[in-house]
Design a protein around this ligand. Structure first.
Ligand code: ATP
Length: 622
């Protein structure tokens, strides 16, 4: 069965009946290595072919679909068709010409990529795979078509697929043959997975992942791809991510994705999409101040301003609602610390219940790192979604729960007003970390975290991540005589890496206790290493990932962030005695999975977590 993007159930409603039939035939009668897109805009010009097919051997096929009957067509020439419709006569483009133009535009775009064209021979510089186009006439049989000389004269017969050639009863091979016949030539060499990804990169700018090499051109315009040498590795969402992102559609959606599986990526895509769909403001919520800052930067890079999408950390948003609706804040004398923060949340909940704060005021609500939200917060967030769009997206990974009680409270999404059943997707593939880092983090965490039973909505709560297969250096765990030695070692490694070309802002030190950060900070200052201590105090709330400084960040605040190099000092003091071993294990798991390429941990004394790490490291392949 071929893969249709978006999924059939999410686009069937906007399809014509002929398109629906064709989509079902294509899905059913083509094999799993066919990719199909329905009505997905292409390139910067946002061309809208009805269907695009992509296959390693058969190449690219563009299809326009028309539900016309013979009696509908009043006149036809190479450029236009005059149709008799309920609203009178209407002139439209000749669909074959339209399909040809789309194909030509795609062709021109793809020919700019040296890895997609023939490198030698008579056709040097031309696409290295077949491409073709056609028109599907879903209500005209071949016999009717052939009986109409006028149609045949302007619609090349072999580029037309007729009603009876796409009946359900047509066998798979005959149906496929009809498609292949759209193209008069074929090449021996199938497209490689890398080439298929490059084709998607060119066609669909919205699923591009900005690589470091292209970071100066976040969304490379079509004209520019010809002028710059494209890197060999162009990254796009994988097919599951793309299908999910494009199929989110209406209603509530829940995505359970392991660390580094692209949840945030999908959230940003969804924001872009919703910003075009709704005029109401869009709300993005997360728990962390630092993650909120990263999300803002990511959205900004995609050209989405704060006027369209408001990114807030949950408690900041609650405070803002009280101010906006002139509700009194709790008294600071009565409540302190977390009790104060909770009292703010309660006032907001009461404000919504009393209709002082209007529910349903956001066109969409998207929650990142939802595992850190208490049930009543999720309920509140769900109430804020416009009941017309019902656009609620909840992303979570139970393995990263940091702020819950000892064990995450069991609750049912249904009771919170979140329709998760049948609307939950699991993403297992981790793209962020090297296989070595991920294997260590999971081996360590699975020993300590207790997987809980799936709950009533069939949501797995501890998903084993799978690596996307990138390899790198083995994580390091180094014993030193004292914490002072740890800080000196760390400073020396930072300097060494920087001298070898690693930018300061691509390195982070993730710590568990404030005293550790103080010593590390002092040591870095002495060594004149630029260092930014994120969330050091209330006034340093905003962090700039691009500023040329090493980031010093708590394990809690590191959630949702990532850095090529991560140092974790003070393993000798873990688990922290003031928390539960399980909670501490989740924290260290989160910290370790922030490292994209290199992970260095240090300790100055034996500890339970140190021992576990050593065992896990020893079991890794050399
Ligand atoms: N298909 C992909 N191909 C290449 N890189 C990808 C792909 N999907 C995601 N990534 C990269 O993997 C990294 C992690 O993605 P992202 O931050 O969206 O994951 P996440 O699920 O939100 O992680 P976490 O829960 O740990 O914060 C990012 O650098 C992202 O660009």
């Amino acid at each position: 069965m071929a893969t249709l993007i978006p999924t059939f159930s999410t686009c069937a409603q906007r399809m014509t009946s002929g398109e629906r039939r064709l989509a079902q035939r294509l899905e059913d009668k083509l094999e799993a290595d066919y990719l199909l897109w329905y009505d997905v805009p292409i390139g910067a010009k946002r061309l809208h072919p009805d269907f695009i097919l992509l296959h390693p051997l058969r190449g690219l096929i563009v299809l326009e679909v028309k539900d016309w009957k013979l009696t509908t067509i009043q006149q036809i020439n190479r450029e236009t068709v005059t149709l008799l419709t309920d609203a009178g006569m209407k002139s439209v483009d000749n669909p074959l010409e339209q399909a040809r133009r789309y194909t030509l535009a795609i062709n021109q775009q793809l020919e700019q990529d040296r890895l997609l064209v023939q490198s030698e021979g008579r056709y040097q510089g031309r696409l290295a795979f077949p491409y073709s186009y056609g028109v599907v006439l879903t209500n005209i049989t071949r016999q009717q078509f052939e009986a109409e000389g006028g149609l045949q004269a302007v619609l090349t017969p072999n580029l037309i697929i007729c009603q009876d050639e796409m009946y359900e009863s047509v066998d798979d091979y005959t149906f496929q043959r009809r498609l292949w016949d759209l193209c008069t030539y074929s090449f021996g060499e199938p497209l490689t997975p890398t080439q298929l990804d490059r084709i998607r990169w060119h066609l669909f700018p919205d699923v591009r992942i900005v690589s470091k090499q292209l970071s100066l051109l976040p969304d490379v315009p079509e004209e520019a791809t010809a002028m710059i040498a494209l890197p060999d590795l162009l990254q796009v969402m994988d097919i599951q991510q793309e299908q999910l992102a494009r199929s989110l559609g209406e209603g509530h959606r829940v995505i359970h994705g392991v660390a580094g599986s692209g949840k945030t990526l999908i959230l940003v895509y969804r924001c872009l999409h919703m910003a075009q769909e709704t005029t109401k403001p869009i709300l993005v919520l997360c728990f962390n101040v630092s993650l909120a800052a990263r999300l803002r930067q990511m959205l900004h890079a995609k050209g989405i301003g704060s006027d369209r999408v408001q990114v807030r950390h949950f408690h900041g948003w609650c405070g803002e609602l009280l101010r906006r609706h002139r509700l009194p804040k709790p008294s600071a004398n009565e409540f302190q610390g977390t009790a104060y923060v909770e009292a703010v949340v309660q006032r907001v909940i009461q404000g919504v219940d009393a209709d002082i704060i209007p529910a349903g005021s956001y066109g969409a609500v998207l929650i990142d790192e939802g595992h850190d939200f208490r049930p009543e917060w999720l309920k509140l967030a769900a109430q804020m979604v416009d009941p017309v769009t019902k656009a609620l997206l909840l992303l979570y990974d139970d393995a990263q729960t940091l702020y819950g009680e000892t064990k995450r409270q069991r609750f049912s999404f249904k009771h919170l007003g979140i329709q998760a059943q049948g609307r939950t997707t699991v993403l297992k593939l981790n793209y962020r970390n090297t296989e070595e880092i991920l294997a260590l983090a999971f081996a360590f965490a699975k020993e300590v975290m207790t997987p809980t039973e799936d709950n009533e909505e069939d949501m797995p709560l501890l998903v084993q991540p799978q690596s996307a297969g990138r390899h790198g250096a083995k994580p390091e765990f180094i014993r030193l005589p004292s914490f002072r030695h740890e800080t000196e070692y760390l400073a020396a490694r930072l300097e060494q890496l920087h001298e070898r070309g690693m930018p300061w802002n691509e390195m982070a030190i993730v710590y568990r206790a404030k005293w550790m950060a103080e010593q590390v900070y002092d040591r870095c200052q002495q060594a004149q290493i630029p260092v930014e201590w994120i969330n050091k105090d209330k006034d340093s709330q905003f962090y700039d990932s691009a500023a040329p400084s090493v980031k010093l960040v708590t394990m809690h605040s590191s959630k949702g962030l990532e850095f090529p190099v991560v140092f974790i000092p003070g393993i000798g003091y873990l688990p922290n005695q003031h928390s539960t071993p399980e909670g501490e294990a989740r924290l260290l798991y989160v910290a370790m999975t922030r490292a994209v390429d290199q992970l260095v941990m240090t300790c100055d004394r034996p500890s339970e977590f140190g021992q576990r790490l050593e065992v896990a490291l020893r079991s890794q392949k050399p």
